[in-house]
Design a protein around this ligand. Structure first.
Ligand code: ADP
Ligand code: ASP
Ligand code: MG
Length: 414
């Protein structure tokens, strides 16, 4: 649709009445420029966390469907309040939830994926001259039940709407000025990037940089959505997320931190075909994501497997592995929750030898022991003790400081 902009506002940006009125002003200014606007909102402040806590107060193992019924109310509150704010300023606005729009998603409660979005109601409302406010983070499954799309997934709602409506721009408004070379709250010397490629952003988001939901980036890349992340508070131009060929290449784009990892070790396995399948197949069937997989030679001829899962999935993953113990044929199962993941990302690192060794040097210099290493062409991940993560992130960021600049070229060996 011509002249259409999708704007998404995160939890901090809509935290209270004052912030909502401030955001309503940004939306109003956009309309005054002759744009039609679809707005996606998150729940206010820490509402989603509070709702999760409320559910825990009733049951430590709340039914996933009912949990989703509870969580979706957070976004619906914000959407209604934003519509009221715009109406109080004289605009025509309407709030819609996922069922009213027709955001069809898979059935996995808590981690559903958008399958299809109906555009009929959205287009009708826009053509009536309404600003349309959509509750983010939610979908309806084939049974007509509400599902949620994973923590932080209002970003994905916004990008998906921008894709189906062929919006000219999708702006993600948040509480930082843009995408930085590291989380600026952890590494104060982090630099703001003017632009970053979809691929580098996807790696950062997938390895823990919560600034953008990873599926939002994936979808933006697939549908070539013109995506910008910026602050709802400062008015400073943000960071554009673009196709690789349109971005000036940096050797290293940034580093990310993930404290939500747990490591599972399954040891004493036979060395024969099918073992990996017997471990990971039941986990995949339960829709659990597994990351950083390592296979090593254990005692005698045995093999040991080590991999990470999201902390919230640890209990379920261990229960599944215990239930399948006989079939898998392992001797022992252990887990460790006191770890964190530090990842450096950059498409340019494939052509820069010495990136891994510089990272290891930085960790050595600050006395941090590496528990596990995993590398690919575009990223290097280490697992370290959780208590060292801030110190390690600062040290690694300092070491790569020269590479975070456009004019960096690898120095010749002497
Ligand atoms: P919202 O509620 O607007 O969706 P989030 O809390 O999900 O906001 O994301 C914004 C936060 O992401 C920032 O406050 C910042 O602490 C964190 N963050 C993590 N990595 C980065 C990064 N590379 N650049 C900028 N912010 C980052
Ligand atoms: N409110 C949801 C969350 O806190 C979704 C979002 O903010 O994007 O995860
Ligand atoms: Mg977010």
């Amino acid at each position: 649709m011509e002249n259409l902009i999708v704007q998404k506002y995160g939890g901090t940006s809509v935290a209270n009445a004052e912030r909502i009125m401030h955001v309503a002003n940004i939306i109003s200014n956009t309309c005054e420029k002759g744009k039609r606007v679809v707005v996606v909102v998150s729940a206010q402040g820490h509402t989603t966390d509070r709702l999760v806590e409320k559910a825990r107060g009733i049951s430590s193992d709340a039914n996933r469907r009912e949990l989703d019924m509870l969580l979706v109310t957070g976004e619906q509150q914000s959407a209604a309040l934003m519509a009221m704010a715009l109406q109080s300023m004289g605009h025509s606005a309407v709030s819609l939830n996922a069922a009213q729009v027709g955001i069809e998603a898979t059935s996995v409660h808590g981690n559903a994926q958008i399958k299809r979005i109906q555009t009929k109601r959205l287009i009708e409302e826009l053509e009536k001259g309404n600003i349309v406010i959509v509750a983010g983070f939610q979908g309806i499954n084939r049974f007509g039940d509400m599902t949620t799309l994973g923590r932080g997934a209002s970003d994905t709602t916004a990008v998906a709407l921008a894709a189906v409506l062929e919006a000219e721009l999708c702006e993600i408004y948040t509480d930082v000025d843009g995408i930085y070379t590291a989380d600026p709250r952890i590494v104060p010397s982090a630099k703001k990037l003017d632009e970053i490629s979809y691929d580098d952003m996807l790696e950062l988001a997938s390895s823990g940089a919560g600034v953008l939901h990873n599926r939002a980036v994936e979808m933006a890349k697939r549908y070539n959505v013109n995506l910008v992340l910026r602050s709802s508070m400062s008015g400073i131009p943000g960071t554009s997320i673009k196709e690789e060929s349109k971005v000036e290449r940096l050797a290293v784009s940034g580093l990310s931190i993930d404290r939500n990892v747990a490591r599972i070790s399954v040891t004493g396995l036979p060395d024969k075909p099918g073992v990996a399948h017997s471990i990971f197949n039941p986990l995949a069937k339960a829709k659990l994501n597994v990351d950083v997989i390592l296979l090593s030679v254990g005692e005698g001829d045995n093999r040991d497997y080590c991999f990470t899962v999201h902390k919230q999935d640890l209990k379920t993953a261990c229960e599944i592995l215990e239930a399948n113990k006989e079939n898998i044929g392992y001797e022992s199962l252990n887990s460790d929750e006191n770890l964190a993941k530090l990842t450096i990302v950059g498409a340019g690192m494939a052509n820069n030898s010495g990136v891994a060794s510089a990272m290891f040097e930085a960790l050595y210099e600050c006395g941090v022991n590496i528990e596990t290493i995993c590398t690919s062409e575009i990223k290097i991940t280490v697992l370290i003790g959780q208590q060292y993560i801030t110190k390690a992130a600062k040290a690694v960021h300092d070491k790569f400081e020269p590479m975070f600049s456009k004019d960096y070229t690898e120095t010749e060996e002497t």
